[in-house]
Write a new protein. Structure first.
Length: 255
């Protein structure tokens, strides 16, 4: 499930991911890829400060790991964010990213959030990938991060930079609190039902969304190996897909 993907990288200058994963230096902070076989315990300090949804997914994977240790044959699929369908542009209106997109387009502004990644991908890619991988006996006992490869794993800034250009309305970047102030008193704003994610103090004076900065990069080597030779291709948020997504958003987002 999406919540199984650890969302925040501890900002420790000397720490490496368990298992000796490669370290990427970025803006004097270390951002390392979380490998599919790395122990998710390393992210427990962040998980315990997150919302119950994410904590429940962490617990679920730990229970699955205990079952595997006792001999249960299983494979674990960690879903990225199902942004839309790559051939129709259809999306889930109730989810926070689509409401974020509509809000940014309506107010022509995007919040400044550092290195925030959601593992944006498409629902049909994940379904097709699971269908192919689940048929392979060699996949038993393995974990699969169904997220974009590192070069295609867009940050919030990168995604909305592309989206704004395709919409013909470049989105100005604003300090987070100023951006929230644009819409927090508007009950008709798409994000208003999710206001608590942006205003409630979850940890050290930060909201849930603010805590999702400095996100891990996720390795997906197992996925790549088990999709090799298949017709399944990783999606890219290029002009074609963004145009479909914008058409799906429609209405108020495009006023």
């Amino acid at each position: 499930m999406r919540g199984l993907l650890p969302q925040r990288a501890p900002r420790l200058t000397q720490r490496r991911c368990l298992g000796g994963g490669r370290v990427i230096i970025h803006h004097e902070r270390q951002v390392w890829p979380l490998r599919e076989d790395d122990d998710i315990d390393q992210n427990l300090p962040a998980v315990v400060t997150d919302m119950g949804y994410v904590r429940s997914k962490w617990v679920m994977e730990k229970i699955a790991d205990l079952a595997a240790e006792r001999g249960l044959p299983l494979m674990t699929f960690r879903l990225g964010y199902a942004t839309c369908h790559s051939r129709t542009g259809a999306y889930a209106d109730y989810q926070w990213w689509s409401r974020l997109a509509r809000t940014c387009l309506e107010y022509r502004a995007v919040p400044l959030l550092r290195e925030l990644r959601e593992g944006l991908t498409t629902v049909d890619y994940m379904v097709e990938a699971i269908s192919v991988i689940a048929r392979q006996p060699s996949a038993l006992g393995k974990k699969f991060n169904l997220v974009p490869s590192i070069p295609r794993c867009l940050t919030l800034d990168e995604f909305f930079g592309r989206l704004g250009r395709r919409a013909g309305r470049p989105l100005r970047q604003m300090p987070f609190d100023d951006w929230v102030s644009l819409w927090e008193d508007n009950r008709d704003a798409p994000l208003y039902p999710l206001l608590s994610m942006f205003r409630d103090n979850m940890y050290a004076g930060r909201s849930t969304v603010e805590l999702y900065q400095d996100t891990y990069l996720w390795d997906c080597t197992n996925v790549e190996e088990h999709l090799r030779g298949s017709a399944v291709r990783e999606p890219e948020f290029d002009d074609r897909l963004l145009d479909l997504y914008l058409a799906g958003l429609g209405g108020s987002a495009m006023r």
